[in-house]
Design a protein around this ligand. Sequence first.
Ligand code: NAD
Ligand code: MG
Length: 398
Amino acid sequence: MQSITILGATGSIGQNTLDVVARHPDSYSLFAVTANGNVNAMLEIVCRYKPQYAVMVDSGAAERLRSQLPVDAKTEVLAGEQALTEVSGCAEVDVVMAAIVGAAGLAPTLAAINQGKRVLLANKEALVVSGELFINAARNSGAQILPVDSEHNAIFQCLPDLAQQQVGHMQLTDHGIDKLLLTGSGGPFRHTPIQTLSQQTPEQACNHPNWSMGQKISVDSATMLNKGLEYIEARWLFNCQREQLDIVIHPQSVIHSMVQYIDGSVIAQMGEPDMRTPIAHVLGFPERIRSGVKGLDFMALGELSFMPVDFNRYPCLKLAIDSCWAGQSATTTLNAANEVAVAAFLQGQIRFTDIAEVCDSALQSLECIKVDSVEALMAIDSQARRAASQRVEQVVYA
Ligand code: NAD
Ligand code: MG
């Protein structure tokens, strides 16, 4: 029996994780679930799954949740950011699903890493923001990082056993690997005329052709900055050099990513675009467990197609690749600026194409600070949020 904490339980990944965990009541017990402020979703989770703890970051939301719990409920409600860190680092926990969206997930995810937990990593921004520091922390504590993001999970599944045991510090060439091929669908605007991209609404941007996800990652998929964050994520998880990492557009999202070996073999992982597959994979690893996802129907699939990335359509992806090799302060800055820009776009303040503009301008204003601590990273993050917010205001009042 493994005891699990789900950070971001009310979100898309969180709910999918609860779905898989509930299929295996003899293998997992729910220690804690956390959310930002959605009381209704949390109340439903608490009543249905009966965790020991429910954390609401917002203290008003925690109060409301407490007052709405059934009288016989055994779940204890905690409030605030500190409680997130406590339920992920706590001695009674074996496994932590890191599924908070954005840099807000860094502190509780690092708490789990520092306590040597098995960390199921969906919160890609945490790794983008802290890179080497995150990987070194896991190495020091003995924490096991298992990638949930479908592309990284696919690559992980295509690696030899030994490389799987060296997440963050493997040498790809030692395993006969030539390169990793990250696939991406190209999102909802793959065919949209480039000159009309500026008119696309948040609703259109969130309408992903293959995957159902939270709002932020949906917008990131439309700009393909999501693929950019994933590129940076892959760089750290698999310790890649620039020439060892490529991106391929694959509109059907059936192949979730691939590993190319020096003998010419390419190993791909395929499946339905349903996050319960990678979630079940990391929950059960190294065993296989049922996820509720059916196998692929190849006769119904028809064609699989592939094409190169057009950076004119996806300028954010170019910014991310350049930032990846420029260094930690650049990727931390890009992530923070993007969080500000996406929020402004979702609120109808800026146009879709302004997202790239805001990210670029924050990167331009970047003053490189030496990054050797979480505090230094957070200082860069704050500075980038200020620069991005200023640019948003300029765009709004232009
Ligand atoms: P979501 O928006 O559906 O859910 C986010 C969760 O984080 C919610 O539970 C919310 O309460 C919590 N949260 C938000 N802000 C918070 C804050 N400031 N402090 C604490 N908690 C906060 O997001 P999602 O789509 O489930 O994505 C979660 C993470 O997983 C993201 O990093 C995303 O990139 C990654 N991911 C998602 C998918 C997917 O299919 N949805 C696939 C791959 C990776
Ligand atoms: Mg992904």
